[in-house]
Design a protein around this ligand. Structure first.
Ligand SMILES: [Zn+2]
Length: 390
C-alpha cells in the first residue's frame, strides 16, 4: 500500500511540475498586453507567487507590458535580464500590441524646496519604475524609455544619469544617507521626490520633525490576546505616551487612531503620507503561535523593510534595550504594510511579548509605558543626530 501511495505521489509531483512550466500562455493575439495598475503600490514580484519577494511596486494608473500569463499572474517584461510578475487582480488589460510603446524623454526638470528635491519627468504614459538603495545613495530606474536626447534642466543636488541599459533611464542620487523618497503621479508624467536630510538643532533634534505614531490594530481587530489583555489597548496606551513624549521634545505628531476603532492598513499608510510625515512608527505587542516558545523568544524587537530605516530601528532598539532590560529580539527585515513605505522612514516596533507574563506586567503598567515612550523618543533623537553627521 505504501509503495502505491508513494508512486501516485511521485506521479502527481512530476505532472504538477510539468504543468507549472507549461502553464504560461500568450496574452492574446498580439505580443504584449498593455496593463494598467488598478491598485496604488501594487506589488511587482520576482516569481509568480503571492508570497514571492517584491521587486518593486507600481502606482495606480501606471502602465506595464505583459508578454505571458498564467491563471493568476501576468509576466512582465521590463527590459531587465529576467521577467517579473504582477497578480491579475491588480491590473487591467487596456490593449494588446506587437511593439512596446517606448517613450522618448527629451528633458527632466529639477526643482527643490527646503525639504526635498523634485524631479519632473514628462511622460504621456506613466511607466513602471523601481528604486534600489545602494551603499552610496539611491538608484531610480524608469522602464521602456528612450533617453538618448535628454536635456537636464536646473540640475540640483548630486544626481547623475547612469547609462546601464538602453531602454531604462537610471538616475542615481549620491548621498551618504537617505531620508525618504517616492514617485508622485503628475498629470503630464511623474515627479521623483527625494527628501533631504533635515537641518536639525542638535540640542532639540525633534524640532520641526513630523512623526506619525500608529497604534496597531483596533476595533474588531484585537491583535494578541493574553492574560485578559488585548494588544490593541496596550498599543493605544503606549502610543499616546510616545506621542506625548515626542511632542514635548518638539516634534509635530499625528496618530492614525486616538481611540478604539478599526483602521485599514492602507488608510494608515495613506494618513502618514497625507501628513507628509518624516517618520512613521507602528506600535505593536508580539506573540508566538505556541506560548511555550516564549522561554526562548521574547523581548523588544524592531522591523524594517527599506535599508534607509535600519538606522532608525537600530537607534530605537539600543535605547529600548537599555530602558526595559528586555531580551534583544533583534532588528528584523520584514515586508509589512507599515514597514514598506519609502516615505516616511518607517519602522514597526514590537514593544515586547504579551504572552510573556513578566513583559505583559510591565507593558501594561502606566509608569513603565511612560519610561518606554521617553526611551523611544531618545532613540528618535539619536537617529536624527546620527543623520546630521553626514
Ligand atoms: Zn500587532
Amino acid at each position: 500500500m505504501k509503495k502505491i501511495f508513494f508512486l501516485v505521489g511521485l506521479l502527481f509531483l512530476s505532472t504538477s511540475i510539468v504543468f507549472a512550466a507549461d502553464d504560461l500562455i500568450d496574452v492574446g493575439i498580439a505580443k504584449y498586453a498593455v496593463l494598467e495598475a488598478k491598485k496604488d503600490y501594487a506589488p511587482i514580484r520576482i516569481s509568480p507567487s503571492e508570497n514571492a519577494q517584491r521587486f518593486s511596486h507600481i502606482r495606480r494608473g501606471f502602465v506595464l507590458y505583459a508578454d505571458k500569463q498564467n491563471d493568476n499572474f501576468y509576466r512582465i517584461d521590463l527590459g531587465e535580464d529576467k521577467p517579473f510578475w504582477i497578480e491579475k487582480k491588480y491590473a487591467d488589460v487596456q490593449a494588446v500590441i506587437n511593439e512596446k510603446r517606448i517613450q522618448k524623454i527629451d528633458k527632466i526638470e529639477f526643482d527643490e524646496d527646503k525639504e526635498s528635491y523634485k524631479i519632473f519627468i514628462p511622460l504621456y504614459i506613466q511607466n513602471a519604475y523601481s528604486f534600489k538603495e545602494v551603499p552610496d545613495g539611491l538608484e531610480f530606474n524608469l522602464y521602456d524609455v528612450d533617453y538618448r536626447n535628454i536635456e537636464i534642466k536646473n540640475k540640483r543636488g548630486n544626481f547623475n544619469i547612469i547609462p546601464v541599459k538602453k531602454s531604462v533611464l537610471t538616475l542615481k542620487y549620491i548621498a551618504p544617507a537617505l531620508f525618504g523618497y517616492d514617485v508622485l503621479p503628475h498629470k503630464d508624467g511623474l515627479v521623483l521626490q527625494i527628501k533631504k536630510i533635515p537641518k536639525i538643532n542638535k540640542k532639540k533634534p525633534l524640532k520641526g520633525i513630523k512623526a506619525v505614531v500608529d497604534p496597531g490594530h483596533g476595533g474588531e481587530e484585537k491583535g494578541v490576546c493574553a492574560f485578559g489583555v488585548e494588544e490593541k489597548d496596550v498599543n493605544l496606551k503606549i502610543s499616546k505616551q510616545i506621542s506625548k513624549a515626542l511632542k514635548k521634545r518638539g516634534a509635530k505628531v499625528y496618530m492614525t487612531r486616538k481611540r478604539d476603532k478599526y483602521v485599514s492598513l492602507h488608510d494608515r499608510v495613506l494618513f502618514a503620507q497625507e501628513k507628509k510625515a518624516d517618520i512613521l512608527l507602528s506600535i505593536h505587542q508580539n506573540s508566538l503561535p505556541d506560548p511555550k516558545d516564549v522561554v526562548n523568544r521574547h523581548g523588544v524587537g524592531m522591523y524594517y523593510y527599506n535599508k534607509q530605516a535600519y538606522a532608525l530601528a537600530s537607534q530605537l532598539q539600543t535605547q529600548l534595550l537599555k530602558q526595559t532590560g528586555f531580551r534583544n529580539d533583534g532588528i528584523n527585515f520584514a515586508s509589512f504594510a507599515l514597514t514598506r513605505p519609502t516615505n516616511p522612514v518607517s519602522v514597526l516596533v514590537e514593544c515586547g511579548y504579551l504572552i510573556d507574563q513578566n513583559e505583559k506586567e510591565k507593558l501594561t503598567n502606566k509608569k513603565f509605558q511612560k519610561e518606554f515612550a521617553k526611551a523611544l523618543t531618545t532613540g528618535v533623537e539619536n537617529y536624527l543626530r546620527y543623520l546630521v553627521v553626514f
